[in-house]
Design a protein around this ligand. Structure first.
Ligand code: PHE
Length: 347
């Protein structure tokens, strides 16, 4: 190997030993730079006679070209290695299962409320909404439960540390029945002078509160009030409307319904509505689904209407209970714990 071949292999070896582009550029300078070895060789040509200069010059140019080729090869190699490293670091396994975005869904009680609203809506009932913090008068007095009346103890409630205009503590409503009063009063004043007044037909679903907590009672629960007042509305209408509701809600006609005498201060007579399915998992048991009755004359008077002329019925049912019956849920607390393992079953 002559000195020029030797130079090419030394340069190639040093280039190949350079681990980074920066070190490769340093190695390049040692051979091809201003004071580099190839440059030195070219300078040394000056001292040679013309013939010799030509031959040696051509040889050195070839050497220079070979060293430049070796440099380029190493540059390409390092750039390729860097690209590979980068691709590896940013690698994406497209065969991995995708991460799903969580899908929300309606709470089972919301589904029930929507069903109730759709069914009663189709029967011509308006849907009303009202405050959960209620005055003593709306929640009790107007509904024929005067102060200190023993019937008030049927519904133990939570009080709010604020008094209403009459100096009575505000409460968390114990039932949706105050919505009978709010809606009927507004309706009566809106139609004052109309003869006859257009019928009142409304449901009022919403949250209610009582001091009660076990597998079948939650301190916060839902109710849906129903009210139908006109000149000629009777228990017969209640029976037809309610049976129709049950049929549509449970999607079966295969049940019996009974009115069991009961007491509420705001209805007279009063009845619990029970149903009993003939088949399916609930077959053979009487299930209480609502309280009901003919609206008490005192309450009709509190609506601002003449009880000698306007009459009708009211009912209050428990959407939580209906949800439990429909889906086979045995503990009401499951509805309000917010456990996704439970809730996601209803998505
Ligand atoms: N408000 C009663 C309750 O909560 C239910 C009811 C409503 C009864 C309307 C009769 C008429 O128990």
């Amino acid at each position: 190997m002559n000195d020029l071949d030797q130079l090419v292999s030394t340069a190639t070896a040093e280039f190949d030993a350079a681990p980074t582009p920066a070190e490769l550029e340093n190695a390049k300078a040692r051979f091809l730079g201003k004071g580099g070895r190839v440059t030195d060789l070219l300078k040394s040509l000056a001292a040679l006679p013309p013939d010799e200069k030509k031959r040696r010059g051509a040889e050195i140019n070839q050497v220079k070209a070979r060293i430049e080729a070796a440099l380029q090869a190493r540059r390409d190699h390092l750039a390729d290695a860097e690209l590979q490293a980068q691709l590896h670091a940013e690698s994406l396994d497209v065969t991995l299962p995708g991460r799903r975005r969580g899908t929300g869904g309606l709470h089972p009680v919301s589904r029930t409320l929507e069903r109730i609203e759709a069914i009663f809506g189709s029967m011509g009932f308006d849907v009303a909404d009202g405050p959960e913090i209620e005055t003593d008068w709306m929640n009790f007095t107007a509904l024929n439960s005067p102060k200190n009346h023993p019937a008030r103890s049927m519904q133990d409630t939570f009080y709010v540390d604020l008094k209403d205009a009459e100096g009575a503590w505000l409460n968390l409503r114990t039932h949706t029945s105050p919505m009978q009063v709010r809606y009927a009063m507004a309706h009566a004043s809106q139609h004052r002078g109309a003869d006859p007044m257009p019928e009142i037909r409304v449901i009022a679903p919403g949250r209610t509160y009582r001091v009660d907590s076990d597998a079948t009672h939650s301190p916060m629960f839902h109710q849906c009030e129903g009210l139908w007042i006109g000149e000629n509305v009777s228990f017969k209408d209640l029976k037809v409307v309610f049976a129709d509701f049950v049929r549509q809600f449970f999607e079966t006609a295969d049940f019996d319904m009974r009115f069991r005498p009961s007491f509420f201060p705001f209805t007279e007579p009063s009845a619990e509505i029970d149903i009993s399915f003939h088949s399916g998992p609930l077959a053979g048991r009487w299930l209480e689904v609502a309280g009901s009755g003919q609206v008490h004359p005192t309450v009709v008077r509190n609506f601002g209407l003449d009880p000698e002329r306007y009459i009708g019925f009211a009912f209050g049912m428990g959407p939580d209970r209906l949800t439990m019956l429909r889906y086979g849920i045995d503990d009401v607390r499951l509805l309000f714990e917010g456990d996704l393992r439970f809730l996601s079953q209803f998505r």
